[in-house]
Write a protein that binds this ligand. Structure first.
Ligand code: GLU
Length: 290
């Protein structure tokens, strides 16, 4: 899992020590790890991480045209990596679309995922979670001139994203009778609302606020303001990596205690005027258990 940037010498020493003990390593990374752009023997000697984030969600996880990354999840992930001794330049960011997150963790494609990833019982069967580190609520993004009422969601045409709790919640309880279209990513859904082919995009208010605040959409959208669900964001890790969960929880707690969490929330959500919740209790997964 975690990838060590090994110099040629270190690799040789490691190979020798393996041969001498004639048995496999018993350390935390016993699964052989994921392949990465690292391991090139560039002599850094530090560790590298592959972290899954969203690439198209302003305020949460965004890749710009220069290949730079920003957003609250990027700040959280960078802080966690720092606590693990990994410098920002040694993080490889990997896009983690909603529907692929569990598979990416199961296949070892990433070390962990920080991608507006709600903790829920179904996902907890497949992966483990550190956190929660944030609480969002499902809402609707509509055109600014639209009139919406919570009682009439079933009559609307909605779009959301495959593999998200947002899609699941619509089907299960929020609006089982609504005509729903699922897209691979939220950013593909926004133009459909703008053009009027879809009445509303539904997902976490944290994500919707980011789209509404984008310059290119200025004044065009509003959030309906409905608290349709509780979405506790967790850091997804491969199943059984309890030490990693503990390590990440310690980092998250520190991030909250030293004020970095508040700073990250304000700098990423402040421009969108998003009224965020206080930090949830890290390590308390009872809030999402049925
Ligand atoms: N938080 C919800 C989820 O994990 C919606 C956002 C997303 O798709 O990333 O499914």
């Amino acid at each position: 899992m975690r990838i060590r940037k090994a110099s040629a010498l270190a690799a040789a020493v490691f190979a020798l020590s393996l041969a001498a003990t004639a048995c496999g390593s018993d350390d935390e990374s016993g699964d052989g790890g994921s392949e990465s752009s690292g391991g090139s023997g560039d002599g850094g000697g530090g560790e590298e991480l592959r972290i899954g984030i969203k690439f198209d969600q302003p305020g949460i996880g965004l890749e710009n045209s220069e290949g730079e990354y920003s957003g609250f999840d990027v700040d959280v992930a960078t802080y966690i990596a720092g606590e693990m001794g990994v410098a920002p330049e040694d993080i490889e960011w990997v896009e983690a679309p909603s529907a692929d997150r569990e598979t990416m963790l199961q296949s070892g494609d990433v070390d962990f995922i920080v991608a507006s990833y709600s903790i829920n019982p179904e996902r907890m069967e497949l992966v483990d979670f550190a956190g929660p580190y944030f609480l969002a609520h499902q809402d609707l993004l509509v055109r600014s001139d639209a009139e919406v009422s919570e009682d009439a969601i079933n009559e609307m045409t909605l779009c959301t994203v495959a593999g998200s709790t947002s899609a699941q919640n619509v089907q299960d309880s929020i609006a089982p009778d609504a005509a729903t279209q699922e897209f691979p990513t939220y950013s593909e859904c926004v133009p459909a609302v703008q053009q009027g082919t879809i009445d509303a995009l539904t997902t976490d208010d944290s994500i919707l606020a980011g789209y509404a605040a984008q310059d290119e959409y200025e004044g065009q959208f509003k959030l309906a303001g409905f608290d349709l669900s509780d979405e506790y964001y967790g850091v997804g890790v491969p199943k059984g990596e309890t030490e990693l969960v503990d390590e990440i929880n310690t980092a998250l707690q520190k991030m909250i205690d030293d004020g970095s969490w508040e700073q990250a929330v304000e700098s990423n959500f402040g421009p969108a005027n998003y009224d965020y919740e206080d930090a949830p209790k890290v390590g308390d997964l009872s809030v999402v258990e049925e």
